[in-house]
Design a binder for this molecule. Structure first.
Ligand code: L34
Length: 291
């Protein structure tokens, strides 16, 4: 049996249509337009492409959206001052600093500088802490998107064995935490694996839901997947360019053979990536609604 595709692109479109309705009523009833600034430091082509997609989506939804490009050699001090400016800006409800940042700036310091109420990425430790203790918080966009994909594809998480591969602050740690919480799209038994895990396959083979955010192509192969598992591939690895110069992308799992083992799988592109962008829009809408 060939696995069902969980099409993030389609689920994202559905959620964006819901967001659009709420944006329209926020505008007409309260006169508030959600405002988002995306700050991009330097000229990393992948980051440029993600930020462009975020800006386009914000624009399409009728947001007040600001793209703030800064040179790669901006000082940490100037970047912190810039963030403070947007913290004070009443038209801006959400602030996103695209990662990674150049080596000379302290990422932690930058993320701490964002007002937690405008932290639509959910990376500020206050929001991370709220999430861990199960209080309302901005949820980081990629894990939030994964959870929505599971819910909207009808994947049962309650009591499921979830195995996460990868322990980043952006994906692995937060998704593991979110899925073990009480509540809808959660209540799972979670195992978090990483580069120092002994015998990764013994863990992955037990997974009803396997979430791979390793940042390495083919980090998971078909022999590591339990028949009937749901596989969420978070990877976006560029493996070359087409003749027209477009990025050729593969995920972190060996897609074709795993498709014959799993019951459902997310594609790359068109899987988790579009969900990440859409959840950013939802967080920004919520920030505006609270303002
Ligand atoms: N601050 N930094 C901050 N917040 C984030 O949430 C991110 N992330 C990650 C990198 N740095 C960040 C993103 O936005 C990864 N990421 C991201 C966003 C969108 C897509 C991929 C990664 C995406 O849309 N991927 C498309 C393909 C895009 C292409 O062709 O390049 C897809 O269909 O998967």
């Amino acid at each position: 049996m060939t696995a069902k595709l969980i099409k993030g692109k389609e689920i994202a479109e559905q959620i964006r249509a819901e967001i659009k309705q709420d944006v329209d009523s926020l505008k007409s009833e309260k006169g508030i337009t959600p405002g988002l600034v995306t700050i991009l430091v330097g000229e990393n082509p992948a980051s440029q492409s993600y930020v462009r997609a975020k800006q386009k989506t914000a624009h399409d939804l009728g947001y007040y959206s600001v793209q703030d490009n800064q040179p790669a050699d901006i000082s940490e001090e100037d970047l912190l001052a810039l963030i403070e400016k947007y913290n004070q800006d009443e038209k801006i409800h959400g602030i996103l600093v695209q990662l990674p940042l150049p080596k000379h700036v302290d990422e932690g310091k930058v993320l701490y500088a964002i007002d937690p109420d405008k932290d639509v990425d959910g990376f500020h430790p206050v929001n991370v802490g709220r999430m861990v203790v199960g209080e309302p918080a901005y949820l980081p966009c990629t894990p939030y998107g994964i959870q929505q994909m599971l819910i909207r594809s009808g994947t049962q998480t309650e009591g499921a064995e979830v195995v996460v591969v990868g322990r980043s602050n952006i994906v692995g740690k937060p998704i593991a935490n979110m899925l073990l919480q009480k509540g809808e799209g959660a209540n799972a038994t979670v195992t978090l694996c990483h580069t120092r895990t002994k015998d990764l396959a013994t863990h992955t083979k037990r997974a009803d839901i396997l979430i791979v955010a390793a940042g390495v192509p083919k980090a998971v192969t078909a022999d590591m997947v339990k028949p009937g598992a749901v596989v969420i591939d978070v990877g976006v690895n560029e493996v070359g360019k087409t003749e027209e110069g477009k990025r050729i992308l593969v995920g972190d799992v060996d897609f074709e053979p795993i498709k014959e083992v799993a019951s459902a799988i997310t594609p790359v592109p068109g899987g988790v990536g579009p969900m990440t962008i859409t959840m950013l829009m939802l967080n920004t809408l919520q920030a505006a609604q609270k303002a």
